[in-house]
Design a protein around this ligand. Structure first.
Ligand code: ADP
Ligand code: MG
Length: 259
C-alpha cells in the first residue's frame, strides 16, 4: 500500500507586504497507512503550517505534497482537520453541527445523518443531538468536533492541539478516545501538541521540529510496549520516562538553536 502522505523537499514561504518568512525548509516526511504521528517543537516552528500544507490549504513554495502518490491540489474529503477551538456554530444543534462537513461536501443523506447520530452515541453524546453547543462542556464540544471530523469518513486526520484547551482529566479521557477511535477505524493521524508526554503516549512516532526556519530535527520511534498501551497507561509503561527525558533534552536544545 502506498504512503498516505509524502512530503518531498518541501519549502513554504509566507509572503507579506513587509517580508518573506521561510516557515518550512527542506521537509521530507512519509506517513504510512494507519500510522499515528505527533509533531512537537517550539512555538512558531511551523507545526500548524505543516498541517495546513497537508490539508491542501497552503501550497508549497517548493517541493511536493502527495496524498497516496498524487499531488495535493486543495482541500479534499479524504483529509479531516480538527483544531484546538471547536468552531461549532452556536445556532445549530449538536446533530446539525455534526453533519456540517457532510453538508459542505454534498453528501448529506438520511443514511449519513444516521451514521453521524451513531457516532455521537459512540462518543457518549447520544442524548445531546438536539441540544445547542452552549449547553455542553468543553470536553463534550471537542467530542462533537471529533464526530464532525469523522462523519465525512476521512482517511487522514490532522489534529492541531485539540486537547490543549481542556482540563487535565478531560484531556486524558479524550486522548484515549481519539487514540482508540483512530486505531479501531484504521485511520492515519497527525497530531500537533506542545505536551510531550501526550505525544509519546498516543503516537507511533514523534517528530521534533526545529525553528526558524522550520525543519525536521529528529524522529523517535515509540517502542511497542508504549505504543500498544492505551495512552493513559502508556505513561506508566516501561521506558516511558527515559524516552521522555531523551526527547525533552532534544527539544530544549532545539529551542536554543537557530538555522
Ligand atoms: P507553530 O504552529 O509551530 O507555532 P506556525 O506554523 O503557526 O508555527 O508558524 C510558523 C512561522 O510562520 C512563524 O514564524 C509564524 O510567525 C509564521 N507565520 C504563520 N502564519 C503566517 C502568515 N499567515 N503570514 C506570515 N507568517 C506566518
Ligand atoms: Mg500552531
Amino acid at each position: 500500500m502506498s504512503s498516505v502522505v509524502e512530503l518531498k523537499h518541501l519549502d513554504l514561504v509566507y509572503v507579506t507586504d513587509r517580508e518573506a518568512v521561510l516557515a518550512l525548509q527542506g521537509m521530507n516526511l512519509t506517513v504510512e497507512p494507519g500510522e499515528f504521528i505527533s509533531l512537537v517543537g517550539p512555538s512558531g516552528c511551523g507545526k500548524t503550517t505543516l498541517l495546513s500544507v497537508m490539508a491542501g490549504l497552503l501550497s508549497p513554495t517548493r517541493g511536493e505534497v502527495l496524498l497516496h502518490g498524487k499531488p495535493v491540489a486543495g482541500p479534499t474529503p479524504q483529509v479531516g482537520y480538527m483544531l484546538q477551538q471547536d468552531y461549532l456554530f452556536p445556532w445549530r444543534t449538536i446533530l446539525s453541527n455534526s453533519v456540517l462537513g457532510l453538508e459542505l461536501t454534498g453528501r448529506l443523506t438520511t443514511e449519513s445523518t444516521e451514521n453521524a447520530r451513531n457516532l455521537l452515541a459512540e462518543m457518549g453524546l447520544g442524548d445531546t443531538a438536539n441540544l445547542y453547543p452552549h449547553q455542553l462542556s468543553g470536553g463534550m464540544r471537542q467530542r462533537v468536533a471529533l464526530v464532525r471530523t469523522l462523519a465525512t469518513d476521512p482517511e487522514l486526520l490532522l489534529l492541531d492541539e485539540p486537547f490543549s484547551a481542556l482540563d487535565y482529566q478531560t484531556k486524558l479521557q479524550l486522548e484515549d478516545l481519539v487514540w482508540g477511535t483512530l486505531k479501531q477505524r484504521k485511520k492515519t493521524g497527525v497530531l500537533v501538541t506542545h505536551d510531550l508526554s501526550e505525544a509519546i503516549a498516543v503516537s507511533d512516532r514523534v517528530i521534533v521540529l526545529a525553528p526558524r526556519p522550520g525543519r525536521i530535527r529528529s524522529m523517535y520511534k515509540i517502542p511497542e510496549q508504549i505504543r500498544n498501551a492505551q495512552p493513559f497507561y502508556a505513561r506508566e509503561a516501561e521506558g516511558f520516562n527515559e524516552l521522555f527525558h531523551e526527547i525533552w533534552r532534544d527539544l530544549e536544545t532545539s529551542e536554543r538553536e537557530e538555522g
